[in-house]
Design a protein around this ligand. Structure first.
Ligand SMILES: Cc1cc2nc3c(=O)[nH]c(=O)nc-3n(C[C@H](O)[C@H](O)[C@H](O)COP(=O)(O)OP(=O)(O)OC[C@H]3O[C@@H](n4cnc5c(N)ncnc54)[C@H](O)[C@@H]3O)c2cc1C
Length: 379
């Protein structure tokens, strides 16, 4: 396990984090650079994580989940992100994609599908954003029309992580009038007729993780796959994002910690003016600030998670954690490139990749402007 001091709620959580660290060192760290350079999605690796129980951590044991507190799940994500943030993001998005069924599905729906979703073999996608709007999701235009026992869905979803590799898609679509109350949630399997993932986007970072539009060309989804009642979709989507934002915060904390650990090692080795550069106060202070900011972000994230675990309101605290942790990761990754000087600017060292990967965390699951809106509204 890394040198980060952690207060964990149970011995079982301690063992889980040990196991995660071992798995991350063995399976993630040696593969990250190659897969990211090739832009290849590591489906088998995700399956390995699933078989180790990491794809259903916060969900009920009744359906095959590990029933871990959120604070433990987030620290697992953080460890994964420290070795390969793309994998942590995949776990976080999958966990987000299981949320609607796990929290809003009927007992019959959960019994039927949830064990498969969290059992480790299947991978999920969450389709809220559209080409005309990501931030203003309440005005989405994908339309689902009831025809007999089915919904026929028409529209386009944009920026969908796991498009083309997912086994199931949560599709947020309009079944009623304008605004948030007209939105519903359908859980569509990948082989739904008319559900067509498009060509992959060429992204700045997280290149192993496929992101694409998903066209719904009269996609036929059985009405029994409506999660919650008609009109409840937006509430479900926002509830999922409150939890998901904490996952993104964990990715940010882990990524920044990985960057700090790498840059610290380099600064101890690299000699200028006759001594290791870490001994130059200007550089040592940069590392000290990074270590402090990472610790602060981790504390904010764990505070929100503990509120959630206690069944208390945590939405605003999740927004604060996502905002602070992802802005922090962008700053720390920028500074860690600086610590390496010219070496930080080339792909031979992973901080170049970390820097590109940090950016997207300020954008996904509600941009940081949207997080500020959520926080400001709560004041
Ligand atoms: C790699 C990647 C993966 C993604 N994965 C998914 C996914 O799996 N599922 C999914 O549904 N979506 C996904 N997204 C979409 C993501 O959630 C959206 O990109 C994000 O919500 C912003 O929406 P937008 O891109 O339409 O930007 P816009 O909403 O057009 O915003 C543009 C700019 O305006 C700002 N802005 C907008 N409204 C306001 C306001 N009221 N006040 C101040 N500033 C404002 C925004 O902060 C942003 O800076 C992904 C995006 C990326 C890049």
């Amino acid at each position: 396990m890394s040198s980060v001091a952690r207060l964990l709620p149970t011995p079982e959580a301690h063992d889980l984090l040990e196991l995660t660290s071992e798995l991350a060192d063995k399976e993630l760290a040696p593969n990250a650079d190659d897969y990211e350079a090739r832009g290849e999605f590591p489906r088998e690796l995700i399956r390995t994580l699933g078989r180790s129980g990491l794809l259903g951590l916060p969900y009920s044991a009744e359906y095959g989940g590990a029933e871990q507190p959120y604070e433990v799940y987030l620290q697992v994500l953080e460890i994964l992100a420290g070795r390969w943030v793309g994998i942590a993001e995949a776990v976080s998005v999958h966990t987000l994609a299981c949320y609607p069924l796990a929290h809003h599905g009927s007992t019959e729906q959960r019994e039927r599908w949830l064990p498969d979703l969290i059992g480790g073999e299947l991978l999920g996608a969450y389709c809220l954003s559209e080409p005309a709007g990501g931030s203003d999701a309440a005005n989405l235009t994908t339309r689902a029309v009831r025809e007999g026992d089915d919904y026929v869905v028409t529209g386009t979803k944009a920026w969908i992580t796991h498009a083309g590799v997912a086994d199931f898609y949560n599709v947020f679509c309009r079944t009623g009038g304008p605004g948030p109350k007209g939105i519903s949630c359908l859980l569509a399997p990948a082989d739904t007729p008319g559900l067509n993932p498009q060509a992959r986007e060429k992204t700045m970072g997280l290149r192993a993780s496929p992101v694409a539009q998903v066209a719904l060309d009269g996609a036929v989804v059985p009405a029994g796959r409506l999660i919650g009642a008609e009109g409840e979709g937006f509430r479900i989507a926002m509830g999922a994002l409150d939890s998901g934002r904490l996952g993104i915060a964990a990715c940010a904390v882990g990524l920044a910690q990985g960057a700090l650990d790498y840059a610290t090692g380099y600064a101890k080795e690299r000699v200028q003016f006759g001594r290791p550069i870490i001994e130059m106060q200007g550089l040592g202070f940069m590392l000290a600030d990074a270590a402090t900011e990472i610790a602060a972000a981790r504390a904010l994230m764990l505070h929100a998670a503990r509120l959630r675990d206690a069944g208390l309101a945590y939405s605003t605290e999740a927004a604060k954690a996502k905002l602070f942790a992802t802005d922090m990761a962008m700053k720390v990754c920028t500074d860690m490139v600086q610590v390496l000087g010219g070496a930080g600017y080339v792909a031979d060292h992973p901080v170049e990749r970390y820097f590109r990967e940090a950016k997207v965390l300020q954008i996904v699951e509600g941009t940081n402007q949207i997080q500020r809106m959520v926080i400001a509204r709560s004041l």
